[in-house]
Structure formats: structure tokens, C-alpha cells
Design a protein around this ligand. Structure first.
Ligand code: NAD
Length: 436
């Protein structure tokens, strides 16, 4: 049992904090957001994440998990300090490390005994060394701390399972002592023989970017193949399936759609290009992946304009706002681009998402939010499926058509069979498949 403090109780911090408590550690989750901590102290989740509430409640009841805004008290109590604070893109595209350094500076003020500082946030390569330098510059003795890079690979929507059954755990550190303590924290995973990759800090930091950039590349790749399929009359779903049957390729992240979004791929691919630029070793593939992705988001709008060239005064029903199903996260979601492009052209939006409307309202308070897909379709000139929530997969198309002003459907997630939708009398567009 290790005493841990998790600084930042967002998607990663909360899931990791609860998961590490479930592994038998004693975890204090800290956040600057009082409302978040109040909710958690009242057994209310501040985010939508399936299965998480049970883990939180169970560990709170066992007194292994607690929540506070008192960072100083928490830092004093724990030997291992996980940083799960945001690392957004700065204006120049580089990683903004200010949240990380705020915590490091606070630690420098209070540190009195040995601590391990663990970066779980995705941080630029070299950040571990910068943290070390920063602590030393503030007069902290080198014996008092070690640094570990322990990047996180959970996916929102299946985060709990991803955390407790990871494909691997990366532990980057130069300290044998810190490595042993970290292995102890993750001991539960030995039972399921989870590979532990022990390496140096910079390599660990790089692994995270390499993974995300590779997965983003797969998505942009299949999106380009989808666009080509449309031109040459091929079906991207079959192409992707056949590709995925090749064990060297794997079927994952080969779903053509409206482009990738979320809190990681867009900012991490951009960050990697900046890290590479600075190091004088550009990553041309990743630069292209980003460009392809921007274009792909616009393709959804282009498909709409093919049916309705002038959006002025037209109503568009948006089905799905989150960047993927089973999350309320709209950070960098394709919906943000689609909404602003429609609004810019004078269109009105009626949006529905089972979980993400609250988050989207923070970006677009002016559009209309409704309680169901049927409501979004009512009097609409088109509906666009932007997130493949299960409840959109089997809608009553006859009813939808009957309430729409005109039956136009843009299926940006390829969840319907073109023949079926056409048969119902819709004008239909999807991604990478021949229609009609
Ligand atoms: P988030 O915005 O959901 O959570 C971050 C939390 O940190 C917020 O609750 C915020 O209030 C809190 N915070 C900010 N400054 C703080 C401070 N000084 N002290 C205490 N709390 C503070 O972000 P997230 O999605 O959990 O991402 C966190 C990090 O994990 C990022 O580096 C991200 O790239 C990385 N990551 C995210 C995912 C994901 O799927 N979301 C997956 C892997 C890695």
C-alpha cells in the first residue's frame, strides 16, 4: 500500500486515482475546482464515464480514496505525487506546461521528505528533466525527490477497463528506488501479467507521443482512403475490414469518419510536430496527418452543402456532439467545426447528444439543444450523424422522415446502410461508400 496524491481530478486523474485505490493504494485526489471536489465528496461524478462511479464509491467506502482542494496537506501526506493536470496546446502549438510547473513550484515550497513526482499528464519530451532543474533551482535537495514518467493510455468511454487492464505500463525513470516503488503501486497488474516497460524518462515521454501520433495517422490514412473510395467507386468499410484482418495492421482505428477529435490526438500530434521542429528533425507524416484531419472535418460540411448549397434560414439537426460515444467530452470534437461552419453560413442548429450537451453549451450557448434525436429532426432540412452513439444506430427512419422538412441525412460515421436509407426516401451521404 502506497500513499499517493493525484493532482488534477479530471478524466485521467479521477480514473487513475480511483484505479490506483482499487489496486490497494491510499489515494488523495486533489483539484483546484471546488465544485468538482464537492460533487465527488457527495458521490456525484463530475464527468460522464461508464463504470467509474462504482469504483469511486467502493474505494471511498474502503477509505482508500478521498478528495480535497487542500494541495499542501495532500502533498505533505503522500510519498508519490502523480500529476494529472491539463497540458493544453499553447498559442504556438507547443505544450503549455504551466499547470505542471504550478504544482512543481508548490511542491518546492513544502517538500520535507522523499517524494516521487510522476508525470501522468502528457508532457513534452524533456519535461521530466525540466521539473528536476526547477526543483533544484528552488533549493530542493536532489536526495529529496525522484522523477518518473508514467504516461496514460486510457480511452474515454472505456477508461475504467483500460486503466485496470492496460496493454502495458510505461515507467520512465533513472532511479532504481523510484522504479521499485512504482512497480509496487502497480503490483495488482502482475497477476494479469501486464508488461511493464522500464526505461529512461525521455523515452517514456516519447512513447506517449509516438503512440498517439501513430493512431491518429491510422485515422487520417483511412479517411484519405475513404475519400479516394468515393472517387473510384470502392467501399471503405470493406477495405478497412480486409486491411484489419491482416495481423500486421489490426482493425483498430481504421474507421473512416469526420476526422479525429478529443482532448489528446489533436493537441498531441501538434505538440509532436513542435517538439520535432525544435529538435531539428521534422515529422512530415504527422504534419500531414493534422492537415488531412482538418480537411476531413470540412468534408462533412461539404457533403451537406452538396444537398443544400445555401444554408441561410435552414435548420440542421445534429445527432452527436461528443468526439466519440460514451463520453461527454467535446474538446476538439468535429462537431465544433461543423457547428461553426453551419452557423457562419446562416444555418440554424438543433443539437442532441445523450451526454455532451452541457459541455457543448459552454462553446455554443446560442444554438438550440433538444432532448432526443426525433426532436433534432423535427422541421429540419437535414440531419447529420456526428457521433456513433448506440441510440442513433437504429432510429425509426420513417418517423424521422415524416417530421423533417426535407429528408436529408449525412451519416459521418457510416452507421447506416445506404440502400436502406435511400429506400426510405432520404437523400443520403456517408464517408467512403458509393451511394445509389
Ligand atoms: P482534465 O481537464 O479533464 O483534468 C485536469 C484537471 O486538473 C481539472 O479538473 C483541473 O481543474 C485540474 N487542475 C488544473 N490545475 C490544477 C492544479 N494546479 N492543482 C490541482 N488540480 C488542477 O484533463 P484530462 O483529460 O484528465 O487530461 C489530463 C492530462 O492527461 C493531459 O496531459 C492529457 O493530455 C493527458 N491524457 C488525457 C487522456 C484523456 O483521454 N483525457 C488520456 C491520456 C492522457
Amino acid at each position: 500500500m502506497e500513499k499517493i496524491v493525484m493532482i488534477g481530478t479530471g478524466y485521467v486523474g479521477l480514473v487513475s486515482g480511483a484505479g490506483l485505490a482499487d489496486f490497494g493504494n491510499e489515494v488523495i485526489c486533489v483539484d483546484v475546482d471546488k465544485e468538482k471536489i464537492n460533487k465527488l465528496n457527495n458521490n456525484i461524478l463530475p464527468i460522464y464515464e461508464p463504470g467509474l462511479l462504482d469504483v469511486v464509491k467502493r474505494n471511498v467506502a474502503q477509505k482508500r480514496l478521498s478528495f480535497t482542494t487542500d494541495i499542501v496537506a495532500a502533498l505533505r501526506q503522500a510519498r508519490v505525487i502523480f500529476l494529472a493536470v491539463p497540458t493544453p496546446s499553447a498559442a504556438n502549438g507547443e505544450v503549455d506546461l504551466s499547470f505542471v510547473f504550478t504544482v512543481v513550484d508548490k511542491l518546492a515550497e513544502v517538500i520535507a521528505d522523499y517524494k516521487i513526482i510522476v508525470t501522468k499528464s502528457t508532457v513534452a519530451v524533456g519535461t521530466g528533466d525540466q521539473i528536476c532543474e526547477r526543483l533544484l533551482n528552488r533549493g530542493v535537495s536532489r536526495e529529496l525527490f525522484d522523477i518518473v514518467s508514467n504516461p496514460e493510455f486510457l480511452r474515454e468511454g472505456s477508461a475504467v477497463n483500460d486503466f485496470v487492464r492496460p496493454d502495458r505500463v510505461i515507467l520512465g525513470t533513472s532511479s532504481a528506488k523510484a522504479l521499485e516503488i512504482m512497480k509496487g503501486i502497480y503490483r495488482s497488474l502482475y497477476l494479469i501479467e501486464t508488461p511493464i516497460v522500464a526505461t529512461d524518462i525521455r523515452t517514456a515521454e516519447m512513447i506517449k507521443y509516438a503512440c498517439n501520433a501513430f493512431l491518429a495517422t491510422k485515422i487520417s490514412f483511412i479517411n484519405e482512403i475513404a475519400n479516394l473510395c468515393e472517387k473510384v467507386g470502392a467501399n471503405v468499410l470493406v477495405v478497412a475490414k480486409a486491411m484489419g484482418l491482416d495481423g500486421r495492421i489490426s482493425p483498430k482505428f481504421l474507421h473512416a469518419g469526420p476526422g479525429f477529435g478529443g482532448s489528446c490526438f489533436p493537441k498531441d500530434t501538434l505538440a509532436l510536430t513542435k517538439i520535432a521542429e525544435k529538435a531539428g528533425s521534422r515529422v512530415a507524416i504527422v504534419e500531414t496527418v493534422i492537415k488531412v484531419n482538418e480537411k476531413q472535418k470540412m468534408r462533412v460540411v461539404e457533403k451537406l452543402l452538396n444537398f443544400i448549397p445555401n444554408l441561410k434560414g435552414r435548420t440542421i439537426g445534429l445527432l452527436g456532439l461528443a468526439f466519440k460515444p460514451n463520453t461527454d467530452d467535446v474538446r476538439d470534437a468535429p462537431a465544433l467545426t461543423v457547428i461553426s461552419e453551419i452557423v457562419k453560413r446562416g444555418g440554424q442548429i438543433k443539437a442532441y447528444d445523450p451526454a455532451a450537451m452541457g459541455e457543448m453549451r459552454k462553446h455554443f450557448p446560442e444554438i438550440t439543444y433538444v432532448a432526443s434525436s426525433e426532436d433534432a429532426a423535427k422541421n429540419a432540412d437535414a440531419v447529420i450523424i456526428l457521433t456513433e452513439w448506440n441510440e442513433f444506430r437504429n432510429m425509426n427512419l420513417d418517423y424521422l422522415k415524416s417530421v423533417m422538412k426535407q429528408p436529408v441525412m449525412i451519416d459521418a460515421r457510416n452507421i447506416y446502410e445506404p440502400e436502406l436509407v435511400l429506400e426510405k426516401g432520404f437523400k443520403y451521404a456517408c464517408i467512403g461508400r458509393k451511394v445509389g
